[in-house]
Design a protein. Structure first.
Ligand code: PMP
Length: 406
C-alpha cells in the first residue's frame, strides 16, 4: 500500500493542474465535491457527441443505444454496491432528492401520529429537514440520538431511544463535518430489532469505502455521484425491493406510468415508477464511467493513502499548536475540521484561498451540530485520493502565514 502512486493518479484529473491566485491549486474541499477524471469528462462528451437520444422510446437505433448505455450504468451501480437487482437502483438528482423521495413517500404511506423517527446529532441538513417535514405532515416525532465528545454516536443512548414506536432510523454513514464513520451495520441491526425502516445517507462514504447493500442489510441507502468523481445532478436511491414497491412515487408524469386515462393512472414497474420525466442520461453515463475508473485503481491503497494524509495533518496540527480539532472519533474519514485560535473560520478560509488552498468554512450544512458544539462553524480540509503529503505541508505553511495576519 505504501506504493500507492498519487502522482500517476493526479494525471487523471486535469483540473488539479492549475494555479489559483498565482499559486498551485491545493484542492482540499473534497467533502463538498470531488474533481473528475478525464475518463468521466470524455464519457459525458462522447455521449453527447455520438449517442444522444431520449431513452426507453424504442423507436430508433440511437434511442436503443442511449437506453442500453443508461441501463448499463444502472447495473454498473448495482454491482458497485452489491445490490441484488438493478431495479433497486433509482436515479435521482443526488442525496438530497433521494432522502426527500423516501421521507415524503413514507410520510404518505407509512408514518402515523405518535411514530418516532430517529436521526443523529451529526446529520447533514439533507437528512434532517425532510424528516422534520415528514413528521409535521404525519404527526410523527423527530428524536435525536446524541453524540459523545469525540463525535461518535452515543450507542447506549441510541439503543435506549429505540422502541416499538420507532418507525424510521435515518443516519449518516460518515459525518461530513466530523469525519466520523458510523457503525452503520450495527445501527441497522439494532433498528431492525424494533422493526424500524433504516435509511442510510451514504454521501460521504461512497467515494472512500466499499459499500455492500446485502451485507449492510439497510432498507434504503442514498448517495450523490459528484462525491464519487462523477458529475453533479445525478445520484442514487437504493432500496429493498418490497420497500420500493410500497413507497408511493415522488413525482408523476411521463415514463413513470403504465396506463393513463383522464381520470387516473397506474404506475410503471420498478425502477421507472420513481423516474418521472426525461432522466439525466449523461449524468448516469458519467457516474458509470467514474465507477469504472474506481474499479481500475487500488481502492484499498487509496483509502490507506488518505488515512496517511490525515495522520500527517494531525501531526502537523499538534506541532503548530493553536488548533482546536472537531471530530476525533476512532474510525474516521480524512476530514479535518478545526479552528485556528479564536479566528473566524471564514477569515481563515479567505487567507488560505489567497495562497491557493481551497477549503470549506462555516457550518457545513450541519447547523444543529454546530449548536451542540457551541461554535458558529469550522474550517474543513477534506482529502481525496489525489491529495499529497506536500499539499498537507502547504496547508500548514499557509496556516502559519495566515496566523500572522489574524
Ligand atoms: N449528506 C451528507 C453527509 C453530505 O455530505 C451531503 C453533501 N454535502 C449531502 C447529504 C447532500 O448531498 P447533495 O448536496 O449532493 O444532495
Amino acid at each position: 500500500n505504501q506504493q500507492f502512486d498519487v502522482d500517476k493518479i493526479r494525471q487523471d484529473f486535469p483540473l488539479l493542474n492549475q494555479n489559483i491566485k498565482g499559486k498551485p491549486l491545493v484542492y482540499l474541499d473534497n467533502a463538498a465535491t470531488t474533481q473528475k477524471p478525464q475518463v468521466v469528462i470524455d464519457a459525458i462528451s462522447q455521449y453527447y457527441a455520438n449517442s444522444n437520444a431520449n431513452v426507453h422510446r424504442g423507436a430508433h437505433s440511437l434511442s436503443d443505444h442511449a437506453t442500453e448505455l443508461f441501463e448499463k450504468a444502472r447495473s454498473n451501480v448495482q454491482h458497485f454496491i452489491n445490490a441484488e437487482y438493478s431495479h433497486q437502483i433509482i436515479w435521482t438528482k443526488g442525496t438530497t432528492e433521494a432522502i426527500n423521495m423516501i421521507a415524503s413517500g413514507l410520510a404518505q404511506s407509512h408514518l402515523k401520529p405518535g411514530d418516532e423517527i430517529i436521526i443523529s446529532a451529526m446529520e447533514h441538513h439533507a437528512n434532517i429537514v425532510p424528516w422534520q417535514v415528514a413528521a409535521q405532515r404525519s404527526g410523527a416525532k423527530l428524536v435525536v440520538a446524541p453524540i459523545n465528545e469525540k463525535g461518535e454516536l452515543n450507542f447506549p443512548v441510541y439503543k435506549i431511544l429505540l422502541n416499538e414506536r420507532t418507525a424510521i432510523v435515518a443516519m449518516t454513514h460518515v459525518s461530513n463535518t466530523l469525519g466520523t464513520i458510523n457503525d452503520v451495520k450495527e445501527i441497522v441491526h439494532c433498528a431492525k430489532q424494533v422493526g424500524a425502516i433504516t435509511v442510510i445517507d451514504g454521501a460521504q462514504a461512497i467515494g472512500h469505502d466499499h459499500v455492500d447493500m446485502q451485507d449492510l442489510d439497510c432498507d434504503f441507502y442514498v448517495f450523490s455521484g459528484h462525491k464519487l468523481f462523477g458529475p453533479t445532478g445525478i445520484g442514487v436511491l437504493y432500496g429493498k425491493e418490497d420497500r420500493l414497491e410500497q413507497l408511493p412515487p415522488f413525482q408523476t408524469g411521463g415514463e413513470m406510468i403504465q396506463t393513463v386515462t383522464f381520470q387516473e393512472a397506474t404506475w410503471n414497474a420498478l425502477p421507472y415508477k420513481f423516474e418521472a420525466g426525461t432522466p439525466n442520461i449523461a449524468g448516469a453515463i458519467g457516474l458509470s464511467a467514474a465507477i469504472d475508473y474506481l474499479s481500475g485503481i487500488d481502492r484499498v491503497g487509496a483509502a490507506a493513502h488518505e488515512q496517511r494524509l490525515m495522520n500527517y495533518c494531525i501531526e502537523l496540527a499538534q506541532d503548530m499548536g493553536d488548533i482546536t480539532r472537531y471530530g476525533t472519533a476512532k474510525n474516521r474519514m480524512a476530514i479535518f475540521s478545526f479552528l485556528l485560535g479564536d479566528a473566524h473560520p471564514s477569515d481563515v478560509g479567505t487567507l488560505l484561498n489567497q495562497q491557493g488552498i481551497a477549503v470549506r468554512t462555516g457550518h457545513h450544512c450541519t447547523m444543529p451540530l454546530m449548536n451542540e458544539l457551541g461554535i458558529p462553524g469550522t474550517v474543513r480540509a477534506s482529502f481525496s485520493l489525489y491529495n499529497t503529503q506536500e499539499e498537507v505541508a502547504m496547508l500548514f505553511a499557509a496556516l502559519t502565514k495566515a496566523k500572522t495576519f489574524l
